[in-house]
Design a protein around this ligand. Structure first.
Ligand SMILES: Cc1cc2nc3c(=O)[nH]c(=O)nc-3n(C[C@H](O)[C@H](O)[C@H](O)COP(=O)(O)OP(=O)(O)OC[C@H]3O[C@@H](n4cnc5c(N)ncnc54)[C@H](O)[C@@H]3O)c2cc1C
Length: 430
């Protein structure tokens, strides 16, 4: 375990300081998209603030890039950076996993029983990909045509499989909501289909979208554009179908299918390629904590992102029980809101910042074109650009350029550095 202040202006920080217990003004649990952005936004407002970021991972990933890794557009390494380089200068990185919360003591307990105390706590350890919930899936992944863009090491295998397939059946699955980037299961499918179309083998490949959802995409304004592609690629849509088992060597996938009359059945399908997306749940240590709601996610006010019982606890990113799309785009808007509200609670800023539920999903419908879904709570459309530039309900080349060229640097150099491009928070009553 290391508790290491990252020295300002020095990418590798100083030597580890080992201490039995530490106290910080702000403790952030999870140095993913949400945690680092929040730390950076806090330091942009209050340089020198005593912040500890707790995360056992030594690598930070730009997960939105994995869809393009699975399509051969990005190489995997470009989506990963050493954690040290991703962290803002001046934060204390505690390289350990949080095991429990003790909100009455203003303390988090690390694995190994070390205690870290705080004045303000920000909870953002993301969600748990529940691979084990699908029988046979953990063993099947990475061979026999079974892949998933939801894992860094497997996204390149998706591209390898897509290139090799010349005929047969390709199945793309989507688990029950909520999941991170709800569009990602179908993005993988459209990009694969586009490759097969360009390789003139599309007619020999039967594509199935086996989804536990009842509709293609949760915000109806984007569905017509997506359906044009479903028809053009000849995709079979099966709703109410949840993947429950995989037999890799036999190349079969089993689905729990809910019929319109409420009855259910198990069906087994053979495949040549299976792109599996696992069920997604709150992390176990969050689910078991007093911070969780009945479903296991951290309970927060949807606008202030503050816990209803403990005003010095805030949550954002995939772990929060808000109804926005669980995306890095949402975390980009949430982080400045949480930063402002943490500093207001410390008496350093006035007013309350509010989050409107913004989330975004760039649906890669073909190589070079994206349907850019952007919406707030309740599925209200919230485009960042005027319709003459990017009409989010239509496939757009400019939106593809945004995803491929603009969003990665916006992430690494903007969001993770406290530059709140397109993300200035609104204050209550302003
Ligand atoms: C294939 C794919 C495609 C996607 N496409 C897009 C897209 O196009 N656009 C978009 O905006 N979003 C997209 N996303 C979603 C986006 O990546 C996530 O919503 C975002 O990363 C959530 O940020 P987070 O900080 O909440 O969680 P994460 O970024 O997952 O980070 C969580 C961090 O918490 C740490 N942690 C976990 N447990 C503990 C613990 N016990 N103690 C301390 N730390 C812990 C982890 O190590 C990790 O560093 C995609 C995701 C995937 C997988």
């Amino acid at each position: 375990m290391n508790d290491q202040p990252i020295a300002a202006g020095h990418p590798h920080g100083t030597a580890p300081i080992r201490v039995a217990e530490s106290a910080h003004t702000v403790v952030i649990v999870g140095a993913g998209a949400a945690g680092i952005a929040t730390a950076a936004s806090l330091l942009a407002r209050e340089p020198g603030l005593n912040i500890a970021l707790i995360d056992p991972a030594h690598t930070h990933y730009y997960q939105p890039g994995w869809t393009l890794v699975g399509a051969g557009v990005f190489n995997a390494a470009s989506t990963a950076r050493p954690m040290r380089e991703a962290l803002p200068a001046g934060v204390h990185w505690i390289g350990a996993a949080v095991a429990a919360f003790e909100p009455e003591r203003n303390a988090v307990i690390l694995e190994g029983n070390r205690v870290v105390t705080y004045q303000q706590l920000v909870v953002c350890p993301g969600l748990k990909l529940d691979w084990q919930a699908v029988e046979g899936l953990p063993e099947a992944l990475g061979r026999n045509g079974v892949t998933s863009n939801y894992r860094y090491d497997l996204a390149p295998y998706t591209w390898e499989l897509v290139q090799k397939l010349r005929s047969g059946r390709a199945i793309f699955t989507q688990p029950p909501m909520p999941i991170k980037c709800a569009g990602a299961p179908q993005k993988a499918m459209y990009l694969a289909a586009d490759h097969w179309r360009r390789a003139s083998v599309l007619g020999d490949i039967q594509i199935e979208f086996q989804s536990a959802a009842a509709v293609l995409f949760g915000v109806s304004a984007y569905v017509p554009a997506l359906m044009d592609y479903v028809r053009a690629y000849g995709i079979q849509l099966d709703f109410g179908h949840a993947l429950v088992g995989v037999d890799g060597p036999a190349r079969t996938a089993t689905f729990h299918c809910t019929q319109a009359d409420g009855s259910s059945a198990l069906i087994t399908r053979e495949f040549d390629l299976l792109h599996a997306v696992p069920p997604q749940v709150a992390p176990d240590f969050v689910r078991a904590s007093p911070l969780a709601d009945a479903a296991g996610w951290v309970q927060v006010d949807p606008a202030t992102l503050c816990h209803p019982h403990w005003p010095n606890i805030h949550a954002l990113g995939d772990v929060a029980n808000t109804t926005n799309a669980k995306t890095a785009a949402a975390a980009r808007k949430q982080a400045p809101v949480v930063a402002h509200n943490v500093l207001a609670a410390l008496g350093k800023l006035q007013g309350q910042a509010l989050y409107d539920g913004y989330g975004s999903c760039p649906l890669t419908v073909e190589r070079g074109k994206i349907v850019l879904a952007e919406f707030t709570y309740g599925g209200q459309l919230k485009p960042s650009f005027p319709a003459w530039l990017i009409d989010g309900t239509r496939p757009s080349r400019l939106a593809w350029l945004l995803k491929e060229r603009v969003l990665p640097p916006l992430y690494w150099r903007g969001m993770l550095r406290g530059r709140e491009w397109l993300a200035r928070p609104e204050l209550a009553g302003a």
